[in-house]
Design a protein around this ligand. Structure first.
Ligand code: AMP
Length: 315
């Protein structure tokens, strides 16, 4: 089933307690697409400026599963740039700067060849832009979006309207609290469901993720790891693994899924199972800056860690 992501491609500068990396490849769409491509083909819609380094483009192109027909290069514009700094526990981060660049211009166009996409992920960007994209995908039967503090603070009304058009929303616990004013994640999730989506996934970093679905609640631990180098993009890679395992109904990751999975894309069971794949691929992403770890991950690596996770959580 065709999967498409709209989102940002960024030039990131990241500081962690143990290291730093300047002007590396990042962005919500980038991380999503790289993770999703490990499970099957993914289409990407995004824009970059004339300053986008050729080596970043080459890195994106090295992920064979990513269809870059929707990548627009605007020679006279600047690429979106973001800087972030992680606190000692690596769970909290501070945004140092956000240079919108192409994000402040018209959104990139969706190529006609992408219009038949069945699964749509609206990665982090202005909610007004996310809303505008929905009409470009008339065949989408699963629409899921991500958001973050910046957009909750500056574009709340558009975000609330967007919720009414979604099947699912993925966001961090802090963001869910900011958006709803509810300190309990289940209460926050339930209050978001009232705006329209069928499910909300609340990410809690090293403490895993919660699914608040109209048909039930589930809590999944993160894959425990000591190799924490850079958590940037873990939310997007989580979403990439989750959506791609729903969209790709063949392959090793298919084996553990039920027929209910394909029959009803956004069912409680399908999302709960897909979240395991998101958890696994995010646990690789955290082991290096940018896409450095994802570019070496093999299907065997994913399958092995998946088996370990299943063994660990089976009581
Ligand atoms: P995550 O760690 O999953 O929240 O994703 C971090 C990535 O999102 C970074 O690579 C940034 O380039 C990108 N990013 C940061 N701020 C924004 C924003 N306001 N809108 C869209 N993408 C962003």
């Amino acid at each position: 089933m065709s999967l498409v992501v709209t989102g940002t491609i960024g030039i990131d500068t990241v500081y962690t307690p143990t290291g730093q990396a300047e002007r590396i490849l990042g962005g919500s769409g980038t991380y999503f697409a790289a993770a999703a491509s490990l499970y099957g083909p993914v289409r990407m819609v995004a824009a970059v400026g004339g300053d986008f380094p050729p080596q970043h483009k080459a890195l994106l192109e090295s992920f064979e599963g990513i269809d870059l027909a929707g990548l627009e290069t605007r020679p006279d514009s600047k690429t979106f740039a973001w800087g972030g700094k992680y606190l000692a526990n690596m769970n909290s981060r501070e945004t140092l700067f956000t240079e919108l660049g192409v994000l402040a211009e018209d959104p990139p166009r969706v190529p006609p060849s992408f219009a038949d996409s069945r699964c749509l992920f609206l990665a982090n960007t202005h909610p007004g832009v996310q809303l505008g994209y929905i009409g470009s995908f008339p065949s989408a039967s699963l629409i899921v979006a991500d958001t973050m503090d910046l957009w909750i603070n500056i574009a709340r009304p558009e975000l609330i309207t967007l919720l009414g058009k979604l099947h699912g929303l993925v966001l961090n616990f802090d963001e869910a609290e900011l958006l709803t004013g509810k300190a309990n994640p289940i209460t926050a999730g339930r209050s978001l469901l009232e705006h329209g989506p069928r499910f909300v996934v609340i990410k809690k970093g090293e403490h895993g993720a919660l699914l608040i679905h109209r048909d039930g609640i589930a809590a999944l631990p993160a894959f425990p790891t000591e190799d924490v180098i850079d958590p940037t993009g873990c939310g997007d890679t989580f979403a990439g693994g989750m959506m791609a395992s729903i969209a790709n109904t063949t392959g090793w990751h298919r084996t553990a899924l039920t027929s209910a999975h394909t029959a009803d894309l956004g069912s409680y069971d399908s999302v709960r199972r897909a979240m395991v794949h998101g958890t696994i691929v995010a646990s690789f992403n955290i082991e290096a800056f940018s896409l450095d770890r994802l570019k070496t991950v093999t299907p065997e690596d994913l399958a092995n860690r998946y088996q370990k996770y299943v063994a660990m959580t089976r009581i």
